[in-house]
Design a protein around this ligand. Structure first.
Ligand code: MV4
Length: 452
């Protein structure tokens, strides 16, 4: 009789985000939490709460049996995994569905396919997405690697099929270094993922990271919600995201959007997905697909007016997509700043007690966070404690409002990345949108030098 109680298998701001969408749909929520999160806001807001284990995520938020038991005990008829943790775990998704609990996520087979980067690239190519030139699938033989590299031209990039977050990746500048660098990447991949399967790609030297938001109903209908530009990253952690991208034209958006939506329709994709591209010299190159809701989804919500979590829940409930492509309008500009509990210079984590908290507000300002004065940020999990999302009619207006809103945020008791964001908003390249995936780390290196 439809979803009526959702277990949220996550914590922090995303657990709140899911709770809010559920409540607005008249659906009850069940929070799960570790012993370290008993006082967390996601536990306080939920209708029911179950403690699922000790602080270590392996024994709590990643504990399949404990989460399924919590769902059974509380009578939850759906599980939303959020992002991270179990969100891209195909085996867990299988288990959830085997218990007749609705999995608020893609079909397990699609999670599995996209989790293997070689399979993902093959699938993307077959569905008509433009690929980075490279080996046709996995390569294990060094002679074959040399042949592929000679064909596409150096520098090439060796990537692990099970990779992610940049681990098991090595840039190979020339043939004489190929064998030793590939072996290094393989060792890294073996240690990190237990799998040293590699593939080769042309190394793109200075691209932007541009990703398209997609949704499918699982029955052959799919839409795209435009792109996000997430080029400002440090060590594969996004810092600042915006939609639309300052460099993508309306024509390119609709052309690439059409291609990605068509690809998702062909595979009967279900739920939310993000298709990542590198963009260089006006061309898009598919790199990966994420089969989950992403941290930065609110910038897409801001420019489309859609509630992406509501859409996920509707789809998991067997409903049709709530909108047709031709009814989706992209209006204005949105930027998200990820606020972490960390030193804004050294990036060392800074957990601890929040002595005072004041949230920015006002028109077109959204703060997604579970923080409150008196809360103690535990040291066991991700350091992201809040997201500030600001909307404006124009990019310039959005930047002005973001500067204003950052100035209103007060978080005392721990160090945060707010001063870093304020500094970034003074950089001409950030203000003009003139940045690539290399910009932030180069700027940080320069900033560190000027400090000493
Ligand atoms: C690349 C690349 C350049 N050329 N592939 C990084 C992690 C994984 N998601 C893919 N990554 C990259 N793949 C080719 N052929 C550069 C990166 C990359 C990157 C990509 C997006 C955002 C930030 C990045 C930082 C460093 C490297």
């Amino acid at each position: 009789m439809g979803i009526s109680r959702i277990l949220i298998a996550n914590r922090g701001e995303i657990a709140l985000r899911i709770h809010r969408a559920a409540h607005e749909m008249g659906i009850e929520t069940v929070a799960v939490h570790s012993t370290a999160d008993a006082d967390a806001m996601h536990v306080r807001l939920a209708d029911h709460a179950v403690c699922i284990g000790p602080p270590s995520a392996t024994e709590s938020y990643l504990n399949h049996a404990a989460i399924i038991s919590a769902a059974e005990i509380t009578g939850a008829d759906a599980i939303h995994p959020g992002y991270g943790f179990l969100s891209e775990n195909a085996k867990f998704a299988d288990i959830v569905e085997a218990h007749d609990i609705a999995w608020i996520g893609p079909k397990p087979e699609h999670i599995r396919t996209m989790g293997d980067k070689v399979q993902a690239k093959k699938t993307a190519g077959a569905l008509g997405l433009p690929l980075v030139p490279g080996s046709d699938g996995a390569v294990s033989d060094f002679d074959e690697m040399r042949a592929v590299a000679a064909e596409i031209g150096y520098p090439v990039l060796a990537k692990a099929a099970s990779g992610g977050g940049g681990r098991g990746m090595k840039v190979i500048p020339s043939e004489d270094q190929l064998e030793s660098l590939v072996k290094q990447a393989q060792n890294e991949a073996k240690a990190a993922f237990g799998d040293d399967t590699m593939y080769l790609e042309k190394y793109l030297g200075n691209p932007r990271h541009i990703e398209f938001q997609v949704f499918g109903d699982g029955r052959g209908n799919a839409i795209h919600l435009g792109e996000r530009d997430c080029s400002l990253q440090r060590r594969h952690q996004k810092v600042f995201e915006e939609a639309p991208s300052p460099v993508i034209t309306e024509e390119d958006r609709m052309r690439m959007g059409g291609i990605v939506a068509d690809a998702m329709a062909q595979m009967s994709y279900r739920g939310a997905g993000t298709i990542e591209f590198l963009w260089e010299n006006g061309e898009f190159y598919f790199i990966e697909m994420n089969t989950r809701l992403q941290v930065e989804h609110p910038v897409t919500e801001a420019i489309t007016g859609m509630d992406l979590v509501r859409e996920q829940i509707r789809i998991a409930d067997g409903k049709d997509l709530s909108v047709k492509q031709e009814d989706i309008r992209f209006t204005g500009h949105a930027i998200e700043c990820r606020i972490n509990a960390e030193d804004p210079f050294t990036f060392a984590p800074s957990p601890g007690k929040i002595e005072y908290y004041h949230q920015a507000g006002g028109m077109h300002v959204r703060v997604d966070s579970g923080l409150y004065a008196g809360y103690t940020i535990p040291p066991y999990y991700d350091s992201m404690i809040a997201k500030l999302i600001v909307y404006g009619r124009t990019r310039e207006g959005c930047l002005m409002r973001l500067r204003r809103a950052l100035g209103e945020m007060v978080i005392q008791g721990v160090k945060t990345s707010i001063p870093l964001h304020q500094e970034l908003l003074e950089q001409p390249d950030v203000l003009s949108g003139n940045y690539t995936i290399k910009w932030l780390e180069e700027w940080l290196a320069e900033r560190a030098e000027n400090e000493t």
